[in-house]
Design a protein around this ligand. Structure first.
Ligand code: ZN
Length: 190
């Protein structure tokens, strides 16, 4: 009896879910993101579920504890050669989905990431961009820290510094770094 009483006291301190249906949507979204390999920080930012609940859910779905520590990602990662090609491919798919489907932002990120992973898979390339990095990328662009720039040679749109000068930009596919020419390494996109 006293255990039940303290249980309800603890519950009243937690945020109240808006509705049962909303609660179940949040859980479904969290499970999907965990299956795609999302870090706990992404789940915390993109669902309204309490931390303890996310932690339990993560352990149950992933079968292990989430990795600890801060997200190490800075904008620099997205600008190096191969990561930039992967990030740009993802952003193009994501932008297309946002324009053509009624998906929520997070669901569009998840769907775009799955399509991106499938696309590089057809070229026998591992997805360099994790779902958490993809999410960070979208937020960096939302915040104006990164932008999409059109390549003056191929016309494709690539992730870039927000202040990159558009009329002289050439992408990493049209102009790979010198080291890239020395033998085609497996697992790179050309
Ligand atoms: Zn190009």
């Amino acid at each position: 009896m006293s255990a039940a009483a303290s249980g309800s006291a603890a519950r009243s301190a937690a945020p109240v879910p808006r509705s049962l249906l909303d609660d179940s949507r949040q859980i479904t979204r969290a499970i999907e993101l965990i299956k795609l390999g999302a870090r706990l920080q992404m789940l915390q930012a993109e669902t309204a579920l309490p931390y303890e609940r996310l932690l339990r859910l993560y352990k149950e779905v992933a079968g292990r504890s989430p990795s600890k520590g801060q997200l190490p990602f800075s904008t620099d990662w997205f600008l190096s050669w191969q990561p930039n090609i992967h990030a740009s491919l993802f952003m193009n798919i994501y932008g297309y989905l946002l324009k053509t489907s009624p998906l929520d932002d997070v669901d569009a990120i998840a769907k775009a990431w799955q399509l991106y992973a499938a696309e590089v898979g057809t070229q026998d390339v591992e997805p360099l961009l994790s779902i958490t990095r993809a999410w960070r990328l979208v937020r960096f662009i939302d915040a104006g820290m990164l932008a999409m720039t059109r390549c003056t040679r191929c016309g494709g749109h690539f992730v870039n510094n927000a202040n990159e000068i558009e009329h002289s930009f050439v992408c990493g596919l049209c102009q790979p770094p010198a080291r890239a020419g020395k033998g085609r390494r497996a697992g790179t996109i050309h």
